[in-house]
Design a protein around this ligand. Structure first.
Ligand code: GLA
Length: 397
């Protein structure tokens, strides 16, 4: 594991207007483990949020968006609460900086981008991280990766009011091109796993967007999180030698069955089994074995569907359809769930046939258009703002 604290965000502050970018992310495996100190394995994908920041001469902070009409402008000592629109995300980040005593001169920030919203691809984290990097540059300040990621998570938890974990903000900040990022959310150490080992180089990551919007603030995510936390508390009381839920075994969890609701039991069973699947997926990636990696992903979906109960009919249909097609090694729901996207591991030579079969199956079943994105793993915001990379996403029709 690499210690993330070695790396510092260090961007030269310049006068005038400057542009910053942050990617989106897809999670390959390790779902809902990031608020229990567990393991996750996301990679950054080349959708981007772009921030244009310039010094303001009116002594105020201004926020505008290319995607939403209403902007906001405020005095630098304004501490008013969230308003419930897109501006809460960048303003939440500003608040976190202010609470830490960082002096930020007046600015005008304009955000735009192409990250699908409510699709489980971290549009929120992308906005938060690009804002953080733009503000740091403006204030001529530097911070380590994990502080930036935590600060952005706090903005979402405290100001926006979404109880998310740390995965998205960390991945969007620290991801590396051609790699998945295996993050231990207990101590924020991470390992970069090459996406092109042996036979994996003949595979593509295909993201399929069900078009069913989800929101972390919507309530289901928070309910699942509480069910998990109740289980974690009981398990750690019964077995004080454990540091967190992911350290426990299914046998230890069973020993707590008399004290837990059936729902909490199932949610915790997902977390414990998911951590083991992430470890197995890591080994499959290091061995460059797509068949093994794919079958672990599909098993992860079954656990999300049956134990965590965060899937929906449309997503289950997409996973079942995917794994029946030639060249698909595995498929699963990615992100928070209750809508959003699937992530599929597909043999490169079969990608076109795969995406067109998926689109036509989805249309026939739900009369809905499926968007698919064939994604390469790109750099996170840290590396992207040091050196821009070509956008390598390809949308299939
Ligand atoms: C959302 C949250 C993350 C994580 C995933 C589920 O993306 O923002 O913190 O909990 O759901 O793995």
């Amino acid at each position: 594991m690499t210690s993330s604290s070695d790396e510092q965000i260090s961007i030269q502050a310049r006068s005038g207007s400057h542009q910053f970018v942050a990617p989106a992310r897809v999670n390959l495996i390790g779902e809902h483990t990031d608020y229990t100190g567990g393991l996750v394995m996301p990679m950054a994908i080349p959708f981007t949020t772009v921030a244009q920041l310039r010094s303001a001469t009116d002594g105020r902070y201004s926020f505008s968006s290319g995607l939403f009409s209403a902007g906001r402008s405020m005095a630098t000592d304004d501490r008013s609460p969230r308003v419930g629109d897109w501006s809460d995300y960048p303003i939440g980040v500003l608040r976190e900086f202010q609470q830490r005593g960082l002096q930020i001169p007046p600015f005008a920030l304009h955000l735009t981008g192409n990250v699908p919203l409510g699709a489980g691809l971290s549009s929120s984290a992308s906005v938060e991280v690009v804002t953080a990097i733009a503000l740091l540059s403006h204030a001529q300040a530097t911070l380590p990766i994990e502080v930036i990621a935590k600060l952005c998570q706090s903005a979402e938890n405290n100001y926006v009011g979404s109880p998310c974990g740390i995965m998205d903000q960390f991945a969007v900040t620290a991801a590396k091109r051609d790699h998945a990022l295996l993050l231990n959310t207990r101590d924020l150490t991470f390992e970069l796993l090459p996406m092109n080992n042996n036979s994996l180089s003949n595979c593509r990551i295909v993201v399929a967007n069900s078009g069913v919007r989800h929101s972390i603030a919507g309530g289901d995510y928070g309910l699942r999180r509480r069910e998990v936390e109740v289980g974690q508390t009981k398990l750690l009381q019964r077995f004080p030698e454990l540091r967190d839920l992911g350290d426990g075994t299914l046998e230890q969890l069973s020993a707590c069955a008399d004290e837990l609701s059936p729902e909490s039991m199932r949610r915790c069973r997902h977390i414990i089994s998911e951590n083991q699947r992430v470890r197995n997926a890591r080994q499959a990636m290091l061995d460059g074995d797509p068949a093994r990696l794919g079958s672990i992903m599909t098993a992860a979906h079954a656990s999300e569907r049956d134990d965590f109960e965060c899937s929906i009919d449309e997503i289950d249909f997409l996973v079942d359809a995917a794994v029946s097609l030639r060249g698909c090694y595995g498929a699963r729901l990615t992100g928070g769930g209750f809508g959003g996207c699937t992530v599929n591991l597909v043999n490169a030579a079969d990608v076109d046939e795969f995406t067109s079969a998926m689109k036509s199956a989805y249309r026939s079943k739900f009369s809905l258009e499926l968007e698919t994105y064939v994604c390469e793993a790109v750099d996170g915001a840290l590396a992207r703002n040091a050196a821009q990379h070509t956008n390598s996403i390809r949308e299939t029709n």
